[in-house]
Design a binder for this molecule. Structure first.
Ligand SMILES: [Zn+2]
Ligand SMILES: [Zn+2]
Length: 297
């Protein structure tokens, strides 16, 4: 199978990183999309994947950097002649989100206008996603793949459940954290995984700065904590992702992010800090994600 990291950034509009999105493509050609942040669809096209061929989507949680590319994904797949409805899995609230987007929601007029053409009326199921809201446990299974989810620790659960996942396919195991602080459920999901893809939103130097300035970062995983978690899970290899723009050199981002980030510390050298701190606690192979990174397993 191949794993394509479509988007590896976090909430800000980063010129070098799209928002969170990972595409897993099995050898039989089936695609599984995990999160659909801004830029996901364009990145699929860059990765030579037709969005209309991606019919299975999982939202780890409902922060906008994980879901706001979804309407564009659905609408362009409709225009690209998707047949059938995309299947969407996510936490409680996913149905509400999806119901407010298409024929009865924000894009009602667009859909009405385009469906004046017979060709567009033919595949209106493409804008009628089939939504399943999840509980911890098995999410999906067929003869090729099994997906299991569990709660992780990111947003208070009464506001939004947040999921990490374990994907078993072709004799391999991939675990993906979504956004989370280090937690036992993620260790379990990642147990002996061939590949653990885990968030690592801020380097330690940023966390210290943010702690002093009173901006909380406790719902994410630091590089040191990530190394420890990967070791405890006996993950065979690790990709750190969901980078909070700490490596950006964009002057716009630096000016705009002043309230959130220690902008003087921003720059590509922070990636060295991240790698060093992960490796203090984890001796397996480590990759730092960048957009369109492809991993063949
Ligand atoms: Zn996020
Ligand atoms: Zn989040």
């Amino acid at each position: 199978m191949r794993i394509t990291l479509l988007g590896t950034g976090a909430a800000l509009p980063d010129p070098d990183r799209c928002q969170s999105s990972i595409l897993i493509t099995l050898d039989n050609g089936r695609h599984f999309l995990f999160d659909c942040g801004e830029g996901a669809t364009r990145q699929m096209v860059r990765a030579n994947v037709n969005p209309a061929d991606v019919g299975w989507v999982f939202f780890t949680h409902l922060h906008y950097d994980h879901i706001c590319g979804f309407p564009f994904f659905v609408l362009t797949s409709w225009i690209f002649n998707r047949s059938g409805s995309p299947k969407v899995f996510g936490p409680r609230g996913t149905r509400h989100y999806v119901d407010h987007l298409f024929e009865e929601g924000a894009f009602r007029i667009d859909i009405l206008a385009r469906s004046q053409y017979a060709l567009r009326r033919k595949n209106l199921e493409a804008v009628r996603p089939e939504v399943s809201e999840l509980s911890p446990g098995p999410v999906y299974q067929d003869e090729h793949v099994r997906v299991t989810a569990d709660w992780v620790e990111h947003i208070p659960r009464d506001i939004c459940e947040c999921f990490g996942v374990r994907i078993e396919a072709e004799g391999k195991v991939i675990a993906f954290s979504g956004d989370t602080a280090p937690c036992e459920s993620m260790v379990t999901l990642a147990r002996n995984a061939d590949l653990l893809i885990h968030e690592c939103t801020f380097p330690q130097s940023f966390i210290e700065h943010r702690r002093k300035s009173g901006v909380g970062t406790f719902a994410h995983t630091s590089p040191g904590e990530l190394g420890e978690l990967a070791s405890r899970a006996s993950a065979k290899s690790l990709v750190a992702t969901h980078f909070g723009h700490f490596d950006s050199t964009s002057p716009v981002l630096k000016r705009a992010a002043g309230a959130h980030l220690p902008v003087d510390l921003m720059g590509p050298e922070r990636l060295d800090e991240i790698a060093r701190d992960i490796r203090k606690n984890y001796s397996g192979p480590v990759r730092l994600a960048r957009d369109l990174m492809r991993i063949d397993l």
